[in-house]
Design a binder for this molecule. Structure first.
Ligand code: ATP
Ligand code: MG
Length: 432
């Protein structure tokens, strides 16, 4: 396209553009390139774009996608502070093309009844011969003179037209600013294993983990024949919904077989301790998986005081035998706050389908609410937790679920599946 053409046809027909803003929090020093690279990669994945479609340009990320592309996944990509659909144009010192695009946008807004505006200008290319103040002044002047219905209001404009002069001789012009979910790009802070049940809480805990940059895998303890296939499907569906927040990556769900574990507990432990003994085995299995699959932490949906079993004493007694770091992101949340997030992230409806999980079916008539860790040790004395853990893993399965519902099923210990972490290494090595 020639320069002349571009000026007279500011909307380039074949592509649409957007710019993405991210927070600078936590980006000092060595973390910054990793953070940016991860965010670029995740955006490429969620949008299905190749390298040139998503590129970082000094403090911003620029997206160039085919016309008609759905850019809404950007709003669910952690690390994004806000983003704007934008029109890209050559950055020329006379600002003519930029002004023409700003004018087209302003004219459209006037037709919709807008009466006040301002230009918000930013200059990343410090070599560009106009300052941001001059850019705002010149472009604003063009709009102001051409549209007498519009007046400038720098404090509370109805319309803000953004102009950003980037590097490589390009600029973008935009009007809308959509919020991103904040947080850190998935994969930028490590990997964690989420104990995912079919309830409301654990998917929200998984979401918080992803929000702080953790790539996740899940473990769901399936107590067949006591719990049915529908409950398992529900948990896999929850994992599928969570992939929308996972930087375009599928999620693996490990499903240890827990029916025999329940039998063993019912046989070896006094009834009031059943739930807590079951938890101990869950934690032991999770700990074993986390070590084998290179996770830096376990994540649970446990909260404090939400149910009788989630007391400080019980939480302490349950996880004191495991080595892994256990994070409980919901510890300070009220139930209604958790529900509001579940609704927002799309898991609530599935979580409230009426299928039982193994804990509700296995609940003792009089559960222990404040157990002493030593008493739980005694109650579990006849339980070979390590052997039960190995058995449940050896007889369980692994489901890898993608956002479109495609799944791949195999054993938990698999020689053929690529090493967990290989994807990660390759992704990190990729230049941005
Ligand atoms: P949720 O709503 O997440 O099911 P909950 O309030 O029902 O939580 P519990 O059933 O006491 O609470 O479980 C506490 C946490 O233990 C869950 O949030 C989850 O992280 C883990 N958990 C419980 N049951 C299972 C299971 N069958 N498989 C995997 N994790 C489980
Ligand atoms: Mg539950």
């Amino acid at each position: 396209m020639t320069e002349q053409n571009e000026k007279s046809a500011p909307q380039r027909a074949e592509t649409i553009d957007a710019i993405v803003r991210y927070d600078e929090i936590g980006l000092k020093g060595k973390n910054r390139p990793l953070f940016e690279r991860r965010l670029v990669q995740n955006l490429r994945r969620v949008l299905g774009l190749r390298d040139h479609g998503v590129q970082s340009t000094r403090g911003r990320i620029k997206i160039t996608a085919p016309v008609g592309a759905d850019l809404s996944p950007v709003s669910r990509t952690f690390g994004v502070k806000s983003w704007s659909p934008a029109t890209s144009v050559r950055a020329e010192p006379d600002l003519e093309a930029i002004s023409a695009i700003a004018l087209t946008a302003a004219r459209r807004a006037v037709e919709e009844g807008v009466r006040t505006f301002k230009i918000d200008a930013r200059r990343a290319d410090k070599e560009f011969p106009k300052t941001s103040y001059e850019i705002a002044h010149i472009v604003g002047g063009v709009v102001d003179r051409a549209l007498p219905e519009l007046t400038v209001d720098v404090k509370r404009p109805e319309l803000t037209i953004g102009v950003e002069v980037g590097t490589r001789g390009r600029a973008v012009v935009y009007c809308e600013r959509m919020p991103g979910p904040g947080g850190l790009p998935v994969g930028s802070t490590g990997r964690a294993l989420v104990l995912l049940s079919g309830g409301i809480d654990s998917p929200v805990a998984a979401w918080f983990a992803m929000k702080r940059g953790l790539e996740i895998e899940c473990v769901y303890f399936h107590a067949a024949p006591y719990t049915g296939e529908k409950t398992k499907e529900k948990v896999i569906e929850l994992a599928r919904i969570l992939t929308a927040w996972h930087g375009g990556r599928p999620i693996r769900v490990y499903i240890p077989a827990f029916g025999k574990v329940q039998d063993a507990i019912a046989e070896a432990c006094p009834e009031p301790f059943w739930t807590l003994a079951l938890r101990r085995v869950m934690y032991a299995v999770s700990d074993r998986l986390a070590r084998a699959k290179q996770h830096g932490a376990l994540i649970t949906g446990e909260c404090l005081g939400q149910v009788a079993s989630q007391t400080l004493e019980n939480l302490y007694a349950i996880d004191r035998k495991v080595d892994s770091l256990v994070l409980r992101p919901l510890v300070g949340q009220d139930k209604h706050e958790v529900i509001a997030i579940a609704e927002r992230i799309g898991t609530f409806e599935t979580s409230t389908l009426p299928y039982d999980d193994c804990c509700t079916l296995f609940a003792p008539a009089r559960p222990k609410t404040k157990v002493r860790a030593a008493d739980l040790d005694d109650a579990c004395a006849d339980l070979d937790i390590a052997a039960l853990a190995e058995l449940s893993l050896a007889t369980g399965e692994r489901v890898r679920i993608a956002g479109d519902g495609k799944r791949d099923v195999g054993p938990i210990w698999s020689k053929t599946e690529p090493d967990v972490g290989a994807e990660e290494t390759e992704a990190r090595a990729e230049p941005s």
